[in-house]
Design a protein around this ligand. Structure first.
Ligand code: PAF
Length: 282
């Protein structure tokens, strides 16, 4: 596996793939790779001629007081995980390489970013779109791979690519979980041992919400029950619990076949998100 740190190295690698006739799969990450990332890379390797993984903790998607500094980093381990999962190249640029100058032009994601994580992390999805567009323009992948744990991010990027005719296919990859149901996340390492024991309650609470939905309970009851369970079973602070249409993230509407039940819980040093996406009844 090749490790690339500059844009010119990346462009050179991309040219080589073109010359060899390889389709390119791209897995953008912020590093501290785990089994969820490995699954993205494996799926990319199964369907593309060569796979490139980016490892870049993007400062523009972190707000003031968020965990940019404490976001876990381990490039040595990232190299091993990426290579074992089938990546041909790892792109790990510096902040200066990615953001050499700032003209002040921004991409604003609009209403899709007003709910769920966007409501409590203003500007977060502007930063995500900024870096995803830059990386996509550099890598020029045939297909880009995203995990469904970040379902709002995925919905926003899908709309962005569609609206702006970005010629890269997007592959949705299901969330990978620990054996106790906790969604794999780089941020799990920042949980205290006691919080790690509590955290699987997030997925259990969402599953309970789904069973209430299947029993015909109202949206308000479902959201309140889940929030109550999370407050009772964890020491974290519930940021939101929401039942919405997916992927348009609007109030559940008759014509949308899929729903998302999503929540975020703030622990002492880690903010965890999780969701269930399911077909509407009837
Ligand atoms: O999902 C992530 O890890 C990040 O938001 C992404 C897509 C790599 C952009 O920094």
């Amino acid at each position: 596996m090749r490790t690339l740190t500059t844009i010119s190295e990346l462009k050179q690698w991309r040219e080589e793939q073109r010359a060899e006739g390889n389709t390119v799969g791209f897995v953008p990450t912020m590093g501290y790779l785990h089994e969820g990332h490995a699954e993205l890379i494996r799926q990319a390797a199964d369907s593309c001629g060569s796979v490139i993984v980016s490892v870049f903790v993007n400062p523009t998607q972190f707000g003031p007081g968020e965990d940019f500094e404490s976001y876990p980093r381990d490039l040595g381990s990232d190299r091993r995980v990426a290579e074992a999962a089938g990546a041909a190249a790892l792109f790990c640029p510096s902040v200066d390489e990615m953001y050499p100058a700032d003209s002040g032009i921004r991409i604003t994601p609009g209403p899709l970013a007003c709910r769920l994580c966007g409501a409590s992390r203003p500007g977060h999805f502007d930063g995500v779109l900024q870096v995803v567009l830059k990386l996509t323009n550099l890598v020029q992948p045939d297909t880009i791979f995203f995990g469904m744990k970040d379902a709002q991010q995925l919905a926003i990027i899908e709309s962005f690519f569609r609206d702006y005719l970005i010629p890269t296919a997007i592959c949705r990859v299901p969330t990978v979980r620990e054996s106790d149901g906790l969604a794999k996340s780089s941020r799990n390492v920042n949980l205290t041992p006691a919080e790690r024991d509590e955290a699987p309650a997030i997925q259990r609470a969402l599953q309970h919400g789904l069973s209430l939905y299947r029993q015909g309970k109202s949206r308000e009851v479902i959201e309140a029950e889940i929030a109550g369970l999370l407050t009772e079973l964890t020491s974290g602070t519930v940021d939101y619990v929401s039942l919405l249409s997916y992927p348009d993230l609007s109030e559940p509407r008759a014509e949308e076949p899929e729903l998302i039940l999503a929540c975020a819980v703030q622990f002492s040093k880690a903010r965890l998100i999780d969701n269930l996406i399911f077909q509407k009844e009837g």
